[in-house]
Each structure stands twice: as C-alpha cells, then as structure tokens.
Design a binder for this molecule. Structure first.
Ligand SMILES: [Ca+2]
Ligand SMILES: [Ca+2]
Length: 184
C-alpha cells in the first residue's frame, strides 16, 4: 500500500513539475515578445535599433538584457518619464531572487529569465536586414534535438533585425533543446 502511495505521489509531482515548466516556457515566450516589441518601438521612436553609439557597424551585435543596453529599453534612471531618455518602452516586473524580472547588480540593472540568466539579443547593427542564426551548427548530442534538426535544419541566417533568446532551464546558451527563442 505504502509503495503505491509513494508511486502515485511521485507521478503527481512529476505531472505538477511538467505543468510548472510549461507555464514558465509560456511566460518566458511572452516576456521575449515584450522585449521584441520594445526593440521595434525603439526603432520607430529613434529611427534606429537600440545599439550603443560606439558599437561597431560592420558586424552584428550580441548583447544581454542588462545595462548599458537595457537602459535604452527601460529608460534612464531618474530621467522624467515624459523625456526621451526616460521613455519606458519596456516595464518588466521586479525580479524574485534575481529571477524573472528586473534586479540590480552593482551599478547595472539586469533583466533575467525565470532561471536567473539575462536574455541574449542579436541586433542587425550592420543593417543588411539579416542576422546570423546563433542556432546554426549547434551541439547535437541531445538525441531528440538532433532528430528535430534533421527533420527541420536551422538556416545559417535569419531575415530579422533582432533575435531574442533565453538559455532555458539549464542556463546554458549552447544547448538549444531547451532554449526559448523569438523566431521559432
Ligand atoms: Ca546583419
Ligand atoms: Ca540551454
């Protein structure tokens, strides 16, 4: 009897874990959409992508959702909200335990995914309307992921001016089976 209860309890917890993970994926996808919308709004408002003035323009730019990049989306601290520098294109919630929201790391503000990692962003800094696909040539040691890639290979470039992705529950950007992406 005790064994059956334990098994049932284990199954219940497993199912609960799957539901929680599915919810987190959905919420992460929603946050990625908000970041994407903020980047597009920046382009409309300022007529350029949120790229630091001193960044190279002969190649695309990879940034994380932390300052100084983040300021261009969430507004400069202390600047009036009706001024251009105070413009809040993105208003993320405060993080809990440095996860899923905004927190302060020394002098920098950071926007983390539910697993505590800032998002990765690729920006079309050289303005050719495409970016290299960070997933191209990805590690295939995960069997299920390798099978998925075989059926639907990743192209080398993507026709977007911005890509956003989370490194997923394993917090490793190089393992793509759990990464959550704006383009797929
Ligand atoms: Ca480009
Ligand atoms: Ca990963």
């Amino acid at each position: 009897m005790g064994v059956i209860v334990l098994i049932l309890y284990g199954l219940f917890n497993l199912q609960r874990g799957c539901v929680l993970l599915r919810d987190l994926y959905r919420q992460t996808k929603a946050q990625i959409s908000e970041i994407r919308a903020a980047i597009q709004m920046h382009e409309v408002e300022w007529n350029r992508l949120p790229i630091p003035q001193d960044a190279r323009r002969d190649q695309d730019l990879i940034v994380r959702t932390r300052d100084p990049f983040l300021t261009m989306l969430i507004g400069k601290e202390g600047a009036p909200s009706n001024s251009l520098h105070g413009l809040k294109l993105l208003e993320p919630p405060p993080a809990k335990n440095r996860q899923f929201g905004l927190w302060r790391d020394g002098t920098e503000r950071v926007l983390s995914d539910p697993w505590g990692e800032p998002y990765y962003i690729v920006l079309d800094a050289n303005v050719d309307s495409m970016v290299a696909n960070p997933e191209f040539g990805a590690d295939q040691s995960n069997y299920a992921y390798a099978a998925k890639c075989k059926a639907n290979p990743s192209p080398a470039t993507l026709p977007f001016n911005a890509l956003i992705y989370s490194s997923g529950p394993d917090r490793d950007p190089k393992t793509w089976q759990d990464n959550i992406c704006s383009w797929r």
